[in-house]
Write a protein of this length. Structure first.
Length: 256
């Protein structure tokens, strides 16, 4: 697992404060796709539980996993007591319990590619559902976005995490849907976008940036300087695009 993948624990409280949560529309989408009872769920890379609290509702028993104990400490403050929180990376999980649902919120791209889908299938009941989703936050005003780019450029050319398989954003199907379509373990792969247009204070937007791995890897002095420059470039309130990109797939009964 890369350093960027385990860099969030140092800012767990900031992550909880500034990262966006997920709306009921998301769980409604997943349940409609499942079209069968979901009683057990495994979460990969649960973080502070932004998605955990959405899925941890009767009759679903959620096991939330994350490799960073600091994130799980924060998670336990915000999720129902019946959630089972386990410190483990995806690669540490071994087949045993077969879950009706496995889901990951802005986390699946941090997992190792070798054997990713066979390992995933080994954690799922036949016909079980895989849901991967995330909501990258972008400024809606091109002029403001350019001002932020100029402020950030001396420190970072980009703060985005590229698709693990190199799929461009212009493609019809994005990662991980691209790989799931090729996997012998999954079928009925779908991509759905839940549109969100929100407003955020300049301080709130910078707070969100403080939870992004690219900034967390900067030396502390550079990090503070780039945040100051970005906030100076922003109006008091900014419009953001925070669409939730959802990929759904169903575990086959046996490899195709």
């Amino acid at each position: 697992m890369s350093g960027r993948a385990v860099s969030f624990g140092a800012v767990a409280e900031t992550y909880e404060r500034f990262r966006l949560g997920y709306p009921d529309e998301l769980i409604d989408l997943v349940m409609a796709y499942a079209d069968r009872p979901i009683r057990t769920a495994l979460e990969i890379g649960a973080g502070t539980g932004k998605a955990t609290r959405l899925f941890a509702r009767p009759p679903i028993a959620v096991t939330a996993t994350d490799p960073d104990e600091n994130m799980l400490v924060e998670l336990r403050k915000h999720v129902p007591a019946q959630v089972r929180a386990v410190r483990a990376a995806f690669e540490d999980l071994t087949p045993g319990t077969s879950y009706d649902l496995v889901y990951a919120a802005a986390a699946l791209h941090w997992t190792k590619p070798e054997g990713r889908w066979s390992r995933m299938a080994g954690l799922m009941a036949p016909g079980g559902v895989l849901a991967s989703f995330g909501a990258p936050v972008r400024l809606s005003d091109p002029a403001v976005a350019e001002a932020v780019h100029v402020a950030r450029a001396p420190f970072l050319e980009t703060d985005e995490v590229p698709a693990p398989d190199g799929t461009p954003e212009t493609a019809e199907m994005w990662w991980p849907g691209t790989e799931l379509r090729q996997s012998e373990w999954f079928t009925d792969v779908r991509q759905v976008v839940i549109e969100r247009r929100l407003t955020m204070s300049a301080a709130g937007f910078v707070g969100h940036l403080a939870t992004i791995s690219a900034y967390l890897e900067l030396p502390p002095a550079d990090r503070e300087l780039v945040f100051d420059r970005i906030e100076e470039a922003l109006p008091p309130t900014v419009g953001i695009i925070a669409d939730i990109i959802v990929h759904l797939a169903r575990r086959t009964s046996s490899p195709r």
